[in-house]
Write a protein that binds this ligand. Structure first.
Ligand SMILES: O=C(O)Cc1cc(O)ccc1O
Ligand SMILES: [Fe+2]
Length: 469
């Protein structure tokens, strides 16, 4: 059983820290947790007694099929005041959320090999909560077919009020860029700051409060699988993200009558609503291995080149959502954290490359080593399957100018990340038409000039570009 040892203080000096800062968490990833908000609320020795302690209802939430192999099987048992089925029928939400997708086709998105970059999305002035502020940027596959992903961004300025969100389609990996998220889940509360990432697995009900007001961030949604830690191979038993740094909520509940409370269910990309008259956060105790969690990216232990050449970014994988093909991810969550660069006679920024995988990138704070200009915190870029990309002209020229004698160099004030997928994303029409699109992105490479020293080669025919040697 995991120990409730991790404690998080509210930000010192911040009078806007939400009530409940000083939150305690369970620790571990993939552990079998148990947590009681009332001592004795967990049934002893069985999951589904005839009568549960304190007259609670027992309810299972399954994140994998009942028959999934034991090492993949994920489920939790929740002991709650009323079961989650106690609600009026689901109806399509009015207004519909037209810009949230879980399937991608010509009606809503385009395939393009063009390098794309977005400036940070504007946070609206009109009251907008986390759900209304979600905007799908790109994706592939289908939530119905249980294979695919979507990348969303959110911009919001107000807390969700008398409602909870439930995503039947897939898991959300939320990466806040501006403003903390105070997320109440059925398992308890998570306070998620920029620089941290949270996973809200398929089916959990949660509600997002914004203690800091205007907020922005990124969401990767995966259909049909869950995130896990990458294998470490020859790195050994330690390094990268450590399971003990993953924090899981402790049981927290409210017994509250909430007239008109709305459950917003995302189902096939469409939003449905159902009314109930009580808070869904009524779980007095729970146990299991299917849980929401968060991770502080600054705890990541990076590995890197110690002599020469540039490592592939997979070395910085925090979490991976696998496909059935070994080593091929539906979605990798990769970060580019502060670290030492020490490689000798090596071009240290990312190499120029084309990748059979597709790369969506975001920046949480600071700058990114491959882009001197234009890639801003809160912005994004997309380099799809086999689309060439790499450092902009300024970064290239500055690196070359430093030359071979560049000593060890510590990259500081940065936290960029990448969602990398084996599926080729279609880009939503509204993302392509967004005022945040940078139409001049391609120009960052147009200035790359030839450094070729052909004239120095004996026998080189400059006119015809042939070296006859
Ligand atoms: O394209 C990018 O900036 C991401 C990236 C970084 C890196 O260090 C190597 C390959 C790669 O795709
Ligand atoms: Fe790349």
């Amino acid at each position: 059983m995991a120990r409730p040892e991790a404690e998080e203080k509210g930000r010192a000096g911040s009078d806007r820290a939400p009530a409940g800062a000083g939150v305690e968490y369970l620790t571990g990833l993939g552990s079998h947790f148990s947590s009681e908000a009332i001592a004795g609320a967990l049934p002893a020795g069985q999951n589904s007694p005839l009568v549960c302690p304190y007259g609670l209802y027992a309810e299972q939430i399954s994140g994998t099929s009942f028959t999934s192999p034991r090492k993949l099987n994920q489920r939790s048992w929740l002991y709650r005041i009323k079961p989650s089925v106690t609600h009026e029928p689901f109806k399509p939400r009015v207004p519909a959320h037209e810009k949230l997708l879980s399937e991608f086709d010509q009606s809503n998105s385009s395939a393009t090999p063009t390098q794309l970059r977005w400036r940070p999305l504007e946070i609206p002035d009109a009251p907008t909560d986390f759900v209304d502020g979600l905007l799908t940027m790109c994706g592939a596959g289908s939530s119905f077919l249980r294979h695919g992903f979507a990348v969303h961004m959110y911009t919001a300025n107000k807390s969700m009020d008398n409602c909870a969100f439930c995503n039947a389609d897939g898991d959300f990996l939320i990466v806040p860029q501006q403003g903390r998220l105070w997320i109440t889940t059925e398992c308890g509360k998570l306070l998620v700051s920029p620089g941290e990432a949270a996973v809200l697995p398929q089916g959990f009900r949660f509600s997002v409060d914004l203690p800091d007001g205007p907020s922005r961030g990124y969401v990767a949604e995966i259909f049909g699988t869950h995130f896990q830690l990458p294998d470490l191979g020859p790195i050994g038993a330690n390094g990268l993200a450590d399971p003990r740094h993953f924090l899981v909520p402790k049981a927290w509940f409210e017994e509250k009558s909430c007239p008109g409370y709305t459950i917003i269910q995302k189902f096939g990309g469409q939003l449905f609503t159902a009314k109930q008259d009580f808070s869904p956060f009524n779980v007095a105790a729970w146990h299991g291995n299917y849980v929401p969690y968060k991770y502080d990216l600054s705890k990541f232990c990076p590995y890197n080149t110690v002599l020469f050449d540039h490592s592939d970014p997979s070395i910085n994988t925090v979490l991976t959502a696998p496909t059935d093909k070994p080593g091929v991810a539906l979605l990798d969550f990769v970060i580019f954290p502060p670290r030492w660069l020490v490689a000798e006679h090596t071009f240290r920024p990312p190499y120029y490359h084309r990748n059979c995988m597709s790369e969506f990138m975001g920046l949480i704070h600071g700058g990114y080593e491959a882009k001197a200009d234009g890639f801003l915190p809160g912005g994004a870029s997309l380099h799809s399957c086999m689309t060439p990309h790499g450092p902009d002209t300024k970064s290239y020229e500055a690196t070359i100018a430093r030359g071979n004698d560049a000593g060890p160099h510590r990259i500081t004030n940065t936290m960029a990340f990448m969602f990398e997928s084996c599926l080729i994303p279609r880009v939503c029409h509204w993302a392509l038409d967004s005022p945040s699109v940078d139409p001049d992105y391609y120009k960052c490479w147009i200035g790359l000039r030839s450094h070729f020293e052909g004239m120095k080669i004996e026998g080189h025919d400059i006119q015809n570009g042939r070296a006859d040697v």
